[in-house]
Design a protein around this ligand. Structure first.
Ligand code: NAD
Length: 355
């Protein structure tokens, strides 16, 4: 029986997670899958109850589970805590504890929301790209690192480092994903200046040998940042090292409008953690107005990547698209002439489309 660990978290986390669970249960009965669920407290609430943002039991549950759903963690209540027990440490602990090395963030434009983008309609209409970001290597983890004194003052050092197997495994994820899409991978590097990314380009090119049906191109990161706002439709799958992907995936996600719409997956093989990209939104927590769509679309990603159930994933995406098409909006994506609905009402409407 497939097990899903539920980390609802803090702030609007539990509100949006509740809608995600309702959708999972609806899909479960429609497709007769037999999901089971176990709560795995993480974040500030877990700290209050257990004295740690990631109790061992929660990590155990996440390790045993086939997939993890996470709402969001953090909030002002815990901002003064020591760094080592802040809610966000719970999230990082889950990512490293499960060795989730591939971060996948789609940026897809829903036609009825074109006006919500900060860019012109003709630029953003029809965007459908995915950023595949390496998540456990690069300058964030390389050594030596730190700030040290020297005769002239202080000196800060971080080290950009990648090994062949690290590059190969993330490149394979990108090529496999492209095979299910428009069969195009654009690999991002700075191979003209940085030797580490020269290796990145070399290994990506070699790995591509096993995927002759996929089109591979390379782009320097500065150009990629520019092309994303100039002509984003040219991209299908963007493959990036950790640092460049951190920046480009945020840029890509903003193309499509509200942060309340964007799902993500962090994977190791088929094991994955699925979460909306937004935080716990303390400013709107408890008001019942959070947009649950990012969470619901994270469920679609879980169905696709962990459970390999593309029909169910498409079903969820179609339900969301239909609700938007019919003019229903949560407050963050509301515009004149549409109907404003609450978090749970948006959930009800999505379930109705699924039925
Ligand atoms: P945030 O994403 O929580 O909120 C930014 C803005 O977007 C707010 O105005 C918020 O109301 C709005 N927003 C976010 N999600 C929304 C949704 N689903 N529907 C409608 N509006 C939404 O970012 P922040 O304010 O910088 O951070 C708040 C807390 O969340 C902090 O403690 C931060 O550390 C934490 N955080 C957690 C995660 C995570 O759990 N993955 C990610 C980012 C931030």
């Amino acid at each position: 029986m497939p097990l899903i660990a539920l980390c609802a978290g803090d702030g609007i986390g539990p509100e949006v997670a509740a809608e995600a669970v309702r959708v999972l249960k609806a899909i479960d009965s429609k497709y007769r899958i037999g999901f089971s669920f176990e709560d795995a407290p993480v974040g500030g609430g877990a700290y209050d109850k257990f004295g740690t943002p990631l109790p061992d039991k929660s990590l155990d549950t996440a390790k045993r589970a086939d997939a993890v759903f996470l709402g969001a963690v953090g909030g002002p209540k815990w901002e003064k805590l020591d760094y080592s027990v802040r809610p966000e440490r719970g999230l990082l602990g889950l990512r490293s504890g499960l060795d989730l090395y591939a971060n996948i963030r789609p940026a897809k434009m829903f036609a009825p929301l074109v006006a919500a983008s900060t860019l012109k309609r003709e630029v953003v209409e029809g965007i459908d790209l995915v950023v595949v970001r390496e998540l456990t290597g690069d300058i964030y983890f390389g050594k030596p690192r730190g700030v040290e004194k020297y005769a002239g003052g202080k000196r800060g050092v971080n080290t950009m480092v990648y090994t062949t197997p690290e590059i190969e495994r993330i490149a394979r994820i990108a090529f496999e994903l492209a095979r299910k899409r428009r069969k195009k991978v654009c690999s991002v590097d700075k191979a003209n200046v940085l030797e580490t990314t020269e290796l990145w380009r070399e290994v990506v090119t070699q790995t591509h040998g096993a995927y002759p049906d996929v089109d591979l191109s390379h782009m320097y990161v500065d150009n990629a940042a520019m092309q994303l706002v100039r002509n984003p439709r040219q991209f299908d799958v963007m493959l990036t090292p950790n640092l460049f992907g951190d920046i480009l995936s945020d840029e890509a996600s903003m193309l499509t409008g509200s942060i309340g719409m964007l799902p993500s997956a962090s994977l190791n093989g088929t094991k994955g953690m699925y979460e909306p990209i937004h935080g716990s939104a303390p400013d709107i927590a408890g008001k019942g107005i959070a947009n649950p769509i990012a969470s619901v679309l994270s469920v679609a990603m879980m169905l696709e990547y962990t459970f390999g159930n593309s029909p169910a994933a498409r079903d969820v995406e179609r339900a969301v698209a239909n609700v938007l098409e019919k003019g229903f909006r949560t407050a963050d994506i509301f515009s004149e002439g549409t109907a404003k609905v609450s978090t749970t009402r948006m959930g009800d409407l999505i379930l109705k489309e699924l039925a």
